[in-house]
Design a protein around this ligand. Sequence first.
Ligand SMILES: [Mn+2]
Length: 280
Amino acid sequence: MFDIIPDIHADIDRLERTLAALDAPLAFLGDLIDAKKGGDDLAVLTRVRGLVEGGALAIMGNHELNAALFHRGLRDDTEDNRKQHRSFLRAFGHSTPEALVWTDWFLTLPLWLDLGGLRLAHACWSEPDIATVAARRPDGRLHADDLPEIGAESTPFGRAVKRIVSGPEVTLPLGQFFVDGGGKRRTEVRLAWWRSDAATYRAAALSVPDPGEIPDMVLPDGVRAEIYPADAPPVLVGHYKMTGAPQVSGNAASLDYPAAPCAYRWRGEAALLDAGLVLV
Ligand SMILES: [Mn+2]
């Protein structure tokens, strides 16, 4: 029995409303920090850390990982990266002792959790990626000396960590591309890894304005291995900024609905049920 809370992004009001609707034990799916607008990173982190010290569970999101890299000089200090991280920077500054205290705490959060019948990751539960990371870090917790290769994406370990927190992408077959929502040509496409029946690039492609641009070709085995099997235990993620009415039925779903905040009350069921959703 767990109540699962997706991406809070420094929204203390939403966190308090969510907590008021739920019961312990709690588990957070990461992306606690970095509001798009406003935000109170200190209040959210203080509250969640207190809950974790009291027994709540929390995993790491891409925003926590990026913060751990950024404040150690392992992520480019660009305008875009600062913008994504603005509310945290406003609260704690750049590479200050306070920023480093919090990003050290982020490193205590595992990349995945298996609750025995329910699995949690921030963006993707991928058996090959988890196996790669677990070979070095069996409990899914990164060490500070893992960070340089993650920032550089220079090793299979570093790339596996990135896929778990940010989701997999696949390079389209040679010569193929699509035009994204911003009008930019792209040769890499995000993978809807939870579509267990997706056999082709087109069926597995995510965030593509015109799916007809994606080739209807069979996915190679290495990519197919990232697709979540239909008979695997249920898994919940956040991360994907879903739109519309929250829906989870099946065995893999995102709870991240920024415009329709929700949580999930898991009571041991072997398949996710829309009836388990709590709208906040
Ligand atoms: Mn995320």
